[in-house]
Ligand binder design. Structure first.
Ligand code: PGA
Length: 246
């Protein structure tokens, strides 16, 4: 099980460092059995890395550029993240796809570049409400998955299923909806990377109150948590639910 907190564009310097310390304290005792990570804004990665040092909590970035260096104003490269001790990099989050126009082809470049630098990509896929209501959810997600893995040769990655309609809305996929999509993703990954063991996280309004029933599903291997990860106690409760689910 892996539980990763995506802080998005939230928290100032002091709050980010304080939150990292709170997460280390609140998840102590679970990090041996559950992989725990926090993904702060890029400007606080260094300070948060310092605070996580010696703990079982890993560091993740919310985004990464596919090139190692060059004229890409405002971007951060995979080797730069590695230098900071970053372990995971979220790629293809629906906010990046929708608000910043990232295509699956570009996302696939990021997956390849992150892996080449020794980062573990957390590749996000998910359908919109319209796609779900028109009955196309599974085809959409599997298509997004395949095109976001174009040219990717290594199974060293994590996949996060995040239905767009469940992100930040308080509306969570039901355990059955999540399980059905995770099983479909699992099947597609087994064909793409035979024999590989790839964690599939669920994301979209995961909270302490719904984490246990989601984690009870056989194909859920953890969660990518947005809003609830900003509160160390809520995040720790989700981590505890993952631990209980084994
Ligand atoms: P949420 O965000 O938990 O606030 O819905 C999840 C995500 O965007 O990763």
């Amino acid at each position: 099980m892996l539980v990763a907190g995506n802080w998005k564009m939230n928290l100032g310097h002091a709050d980010a460092v304080g939150r990292a310390a709170d997460v280390v304290r609140a998840t102590d005792g679970a990090t041996g059995t559950v992989d725990v990570a926090v993904c702060p804004p890029a400007v606080w990665l260094d300070a948060v890395a310092e605070r996580l040092r010696g703990s079982g909590v890993r560091l993740g970035a919310q985004n990464v550029h596919p090139e190692d260096a060059g004229a890409f104003t405002g971007e951060v490269s995979p080797p730069m993240l590695r230098d900071l001790g970053v372990h995971y990099a979220i790629v293809g989050h629906s906010e990046r796809r929708q608000l910043f126009g990232e295509t699956s082809a570009f996302v696939a470049e990021k997956v390849r570049a992150a892996q080449a630098a020794g980062l573990v990509p957390i590749l996000c896929v998910g359908e919109t409400l319209e796609e779900r209501e028109s009955g196309d959810a599974e085809a959409t997600v599997l298509d997004q998955l395949a095109s976001s893995l174009e040219g990717v040769g290594s199974a060293d990655l994590v996949v996060a299923y995040e239905p767009v309609w469940a992100i930040g809305t308080g509306q969570t996929a039901t355990p059955d909806q999540a399980q059905a999509m995770h099983a479909a993703i699992r099947g597609a990954l087994a064909e793409r990377f035979p024999g590989a063991d790839i964690d599939i996280l669920y994301g979209g309004s995961v909270k302490p109150g719904n984490a246990a029933e989601l984690f009870a599903q056989p194909d859920l291997d953890g969660a990518l948590v947005g809003g609830a990860s900003l509160d160390a106690e809520s995040f720790a409760a989700i981590v505890a639910a993952a631990k209980d689910a084994g």
